[in-house]
Design a protein around this ligand. Structure first.
Ligand SMILES: NC(=O)c1ccc[n+]([C@@H]2O[C@H](COP(=O)([O-])OP(=O)(O)OC[C@H]3O[C@@H](n4cnc5c(N)ncnc54)[C@H](OP(=O)(O)O)[C@@H]3O)[C@@H](O)[C@H]2O)c1
Length: 243
């Protein structure tokens, strides 16, 4: 089994996920680059390797059971265990997303990736995480999933546009993460939620104001928590995000 810390980042071929992989790689970790498209995955792996990261490709479509199972098998073969899982992959489902006009299929598709995808990948990886001395799970959420923020009355409080699939998918993910934290409370697994802030990526047509590297920082921090670190909490760079 490898002496180096082993991480898997889902949706790591671009955007914030790529920068999380780069940030963990810069720590000297071995990083699995989870991505569903062969060409995009290999391009990211090559770029990370050129930057000195010990990266390897992990074919992974988070909406597919067989893909998650195969990804776990690949990591077991390559490393024998997993120390850190960053569930980063997500979609918005397209905008606008007005509640009065949304297609039910949009809700299903977004939930399949952003919520069920996280559960699917986490459960596929848990046997490998349980072999780690200090397992960490980081779920990429968003302040748009904060009910407190969404119930606010100012534009600043209600981060993001009205989005009846994407925003509640992050609320659901937050709730799911708390259930994991409760079940895993007697173990050494720490599981937390990260909001990267408003980052310029494909997800928002590059309208965000932060760089993907800035957005990745909170995930890297939660991936490197000490053994007595928090679990079942929701953070951004400024501290705790209200539920
Ligand atoms: N950007 C922001 O301002 C912002 C704010 C708050 C939270 N977030 C969260 O941060 C995370 C990263 O977002 P981002 O802005 O970096 O978005 P992005 O640039 O659109 O990247 C999303 C990544 O997820 C992957 N992905 C989507 N569906 C997938 C699937 N079924 N299987 C595997 N991979 C899949 C994409 O792969 P493909 O290239 O194959 O599509 C891509 O690698 C997300 O969880 C997002 O909700 C972002």
């Amino acid at each position: 089994m490898s002496e180096r810390t082993i991480a898997l980042v889902t949706g790591a071929n671009k955007g914030i996920g790529y920068e999380i992989a780069a940030g963990l790689g810069a720590l000297g970790w071995r990083v699995g680059v989870g991505a569903r498209d062969d060409r995009r995955r290999e391009a990211a792996v090559e770029k990370l390797r050129a930057a000195g990261v010990d990266a390897f490709g992990v074919p992974l479509d988070v909406s597919d059971d067989a893909s998650a199972t195969a990804a776990a098998r690949l990591i077991e073969d390559r490393a024998g265990r997993l120390d850190v899982l960053v569930n980063n992959a997500a979609i918005t489902g397209g905008m606008p997303q007005q509640p009065t006009q949304v297609e039910p299929a949009t809700i299903r598709t977004v939930m399949e990736t952003n919520v069920i995808g996280v559960i699917r990948v986490t459960n596929a990886m848990l046997p490998l995480l349980r072999r780690s001395a200090s397992p960490r799970i980081v779920n990429m959420s968003s302040t748009v999933g904060s009910l407190t923020r969404q119930a606010g009355t100012t534009a600043e409080q209600t981060a993001g546009p009205v989005a009846v699939a994407y925003a509640p998918s992050k609320t659901f993910l937050n709730a799911v993460t708390l259930q994991y934290a409760r079940e895993l409370s007697g173990t050494n697994i720490l599981i937390n939620l990260a909001c990267p802030g408003y980052v310029a990526t494909d997800l928002n047509g590059f309208r965000g104001v932060r760089t993907p590297e800035q957005g990745a920082a909170i995930a890297v921090k939660l991936a490197t928590l000490p053994d007595d670190g928090p679990t079942g909490q929701f953070f951004d760079d400024a501290g705790t995000v209200p539920w």
